[in-house]
Design a protein around this ligand. Structure first.
Ligand SMILES: Nc1nc2c(ncn2[C@@H]2O[C@H](COP(=O)(O)OP(=O)(O)OP(=O)(O)O)[C@@H](O)[C@H]2O)c(=O)[nH]1
Ligand SMILES: [Mg+2]
Length: 420
């Protein structure tokens, strides 16, 4: 039995940038040569791509960690480090990539989606050759490579189809898919035969349309009963629903109640209640069907009802024709995110500034990065450090918090007097 997998948790990390090199040109008989440390290579990025050959997230149950390659450090003689290879993660079309912590949607890999670079590799650090200028002729520092971002992600697969078949178990949804498309789902006379959604293409009309058969719903599905949530998620992106009901009530059920019950679940789930719906009254060959059909028509005057006997492919033509007609005017399948940011910022809160007694304290990833990359015993290095503080907005933030000339600032283990 195939596992129903439509969610996976993974961890990715973009490659670190290679460190810049500190090196000085050396040649026989040439004394102090100029700085010639090369830059580190860029780290590999994490890229997601939709692969039409994939249908589940099963692979991610076993493979959860994905690391892009690191960039190589710079070498002497201005030799640049090699860039790290990008890491491409293939997912089935219809996969949403969400941030594991915030739940924010980072990417939506629809069928047509282009590869999406989610986390760029860290930049390579500058070698000391880069820092030389007429005043500073022999910089003895270089940048370390920028660290590649590490993130926990949630992958969520939502099937993409034009039409979704919904209804109680055993009403004949899979049978319909099998007679209308080339798909060969399992069909059997018991509940929950279908455990994972099946997709098929109905080719009869124009370009055809994609039909999705999902496992049967039960009362409470919208609250998660019988994995209902999971299945409803799959039809969230359909443009039209075909609601299948056993019109004969062959299992001792009442089709009128059944239609009410399924529609209640759809409306409880939210987005699906407004989805256009056609009702397919299936199993017209069984006793009681004619009478119940009349009751259905009376109970749901606003619904278009199509009697059918899917098992022998009877009555489906008008239903399919109507689907094709409606689809022409229905809006395309919605995309969850239209405008994705070009690049997700490495970290929105790089630092924060606060007062602690007589001190102003600066904290955050920016500070940690800075402390790693400067040599505090080196004046030039310190000047560089000050430049970074200014450019990254730390100085402004200190000023905003009321820091005046001469107040004490603490930044990791560094303490200094604020000079405005
Ligand atoms: N008499 C009759 N039986 C039908 C008809 N259509 C389907 N069936 C039978 O109903 C049973 C259930 O059919 P499925 O297509 O597996 O039903 P389903 O809705 O996909 O069921 P789940 O996957 O459990 O939700 C099978 O034994 C089918 O042969 C029909 O028009 N008439
Ligand atoms: Mg089925």
């Amino acid at each position: 039995m195939a596992l129903f997998v439509d969610q996976a948790k993974i961890e990715v990390k973009a490659g670190d940038g290679g460190d810049g090199k500190v090196s000085f040109h050396r040649e026989k008989y040439v004394a102090a040569g100029g700085p010639d440390g090369g830059d580190g290579g860029r780290g590999g990025s994490v890229v997601f791509v939709a692969d039409p050959g994939m249908h589940t997230l099963l692979d991610f149950q076993y493979h959860r960690k994905f690391l892009a390659e690191n960039g190589q450090p710079g070498g002497p003689s201005r030799m640049g480090g090699k860039a790290g290879q990008d890491l491409t993660i293939k997912v089935p079309p219809g996969t949403l990539v969400k941030d594991g912590e915030s739940g924010l949607i980072l990417a939506d890999l629809t069928n047509e989606a282009l590869p999406q670079v989610l986390f760029r590799g860290g930049r390579g650090g500058w070698g000391n050759a880069h820092f030389a200028n007429p005043v500073r002729q022999a910089p003895r520092f270089a940048n370390p490579g920028q660290k590649g971002k590490r993130a926990r992600l949630v992958l969520e697969l939502r099937s993409i189809a034009d039409v979704g078949l919904v209804g109680f178990p055993n009403v004949g949804k899979s049978t319909m898919l099998s007679v209308l498309t080339a798909a060969r789902p399992k069909i059997a006379n018991y509940h929950f035969t279908t455990l994972t959604p099946n997709l098929g293409v109905v080719r009869a009309y124009g370009d055809g349309f994609v039909l999705a058969d999902i496992p049967g719903l039960i009362e409470g599905a919208s609250e998660g009963a019988g994995l209902g949530h999971t299945f409803l998620r799959h039809i969230e992106r359909t443009r039209l629903l075909v609601h299948v009901v056993d019109v004969s009530g062959s299992e001792g059920r009442d089709p009128v109640k059944d239609v009410h019950a399924i529609n209640l679940e759809l409306s409880r789930y939210g987005a699906l209640s407004a989805r256009p719906q056609l009702l397919c009254a299936n199993k017209t060959d069984l006793p009681g069907a004619d009478e119940n059909l009349l009751r259905l028509k009376e109970a749901f005057p606003g619904l278009e009802i199509y009697p059918a006997c899917a098992a022998i492919h009877e009555g489906l033509e008008p239903l399919v024709a109507r689907c094709a007609e409606l689809l022409k005017s229905l809006p395309p399948i919605e995309s969850f995110v239209d405008d994705l940011p070009e690049e997700i910022p490495a970290d929105p809160s790089q630092f924060r500034v606060f007062r602690q007694n007589d001190w102003y304290v600066v904290e955050g990833p920016l500070v940690e990065g800075l402390l790693r990359r400067v040599d505090l015993d080196d004046d030039e290095s310190l000047a560089y450090f000050e430049g970074v503080l200014r450019r990254s907005g730390v100085i402004d933030a200190l000023r905003q918090k009321g820091a005046k000339d001469g107040v004490s600032v603490r930044l990791g283990e560094i303490e200094f007097d604020f000079v405005d």
